[in-house]
Design a protein around this ligand. Sequence first.
Ligand code: NAP
Length: 366
Amino acid sequence: MQDVWYSTSAFNPVILSLPFSGKVKLEFEMIKKKGKYVVAIAGATGAVGREMAEILEERGFPVSELVLLASERSEGERLDFQGKKWTVKRLTKDAFAGVDIALFSAGGQRSLEFAPAAVKAGAVVIDNSSAFRMDPKVPLVVPEVNPKAITRHNGIIANPNCSTIGMVVALKPLHDAASIKRIVVTTFQSVSGTGKKAMDELAGQTVALLNFKDIETDVYPHQIAFNCLPHIDSFLESGYTKEEMKMVNETRKILEDDSIRVTATAVRVPVFRCHAESVNIETGKHLSPNEARALLSKAPGMIVYDDPAKDLYPLQIDVAGKDEVYVGRVRQDDTVPNGLNLWVVSDNLRKGAALNAVQIAELLIQ
Ligand SMILES: NC(=O)c1ccc[n+]([C@@H]2O[C@H](COP(=O)([O-])OP(=O)(O)OC[C@H]3O[C@@H](n4cnc5c(N)ncnc54)[C@H](OP(=O)(O)O)[C@@H]3O)[C@@H](O)[C@H]2O)c1
């Protein structure tokens, strides 16, 4: 009889492996300890920024004051947090006086321009953009994978790329057990990964096409409704895109192993929320699919949902809004001695961005 590795409860409250609790023993204090903290969100009106405020509230992060920052376009807008209305202010270098933790999610240019000012004002910055990720002085952290890296921070901690986060959460237990040598990954990334304008573009094009009207193409170079684009971020001379190279370089930095060979193809798909990834790995030691599932089901922040006989595998529409990384379709790759294929799905706005940032903040204050 076939082993069943799913929990019928995976999309109900009972889960196979408990999500990461945020508890890890760190050697020294990384932020001045307080009962409550002044938290700023730069990019508060964006897809990730709004999710950050929601997750801070949901997880009961001890916030004494929330400083909401965005462009002049949103100045004066009022957002809800902990039952109160908070006014959005303009992101300036002076906006960080008294701030303890600054969550940045307003694009790389804004991070480069304003994060140093936030650090100078005394805040610890957790940055969602790619501006500092590969800086050797800046830790690149996924709390389930390399929590201790945050002890090396000098004021800025980087949040990895949304596709990298889901993949490394799934690969860490397999790497620890069997030493990953090579990764071939193809992503199926939702439009919310580009931001709120891209979500509007997918909705607008879908409605227009179903009504036999012309579409407007603004965010992407081609129609995204009913279409897949093998193009995320700009192209490099090598033919790869920047997004693909983020997955290569960030994976090695987080797993602290430059010998891992990684090749990526990043594809934008007409899905609103959640990124899926087909991940093929070669390991030093042999791992059977059952051994891999057993390791994954014990790993923090992971859910194994894998019963093809019942058509059960993680779907983007089901994982949207979830905190954990889901894995299914675990199977042997018989074309190499030690190969495995996995299907990994995670919510890009939560685990791929806002949740990971808040988990880093939780590590800072614990
Ligand atoms: N979406 C994801 O899944 C994801 C995952 C990981 C990392 N990230 C990174 O997170 C960042 C934000 O992404 P997003 O998806 O939330 O984008 P978004 O929905 O387009 O939101 C962008 C935010 O940045 C603000 N902003 C833009 N230009 C600004 C300026 N000149 N001054 C001050 N604020 C400015 C916007 O304010 P206004 O509303 O006033 O324009 C808005 O709050 C990007 O660096 C992105 O690479 C995103």
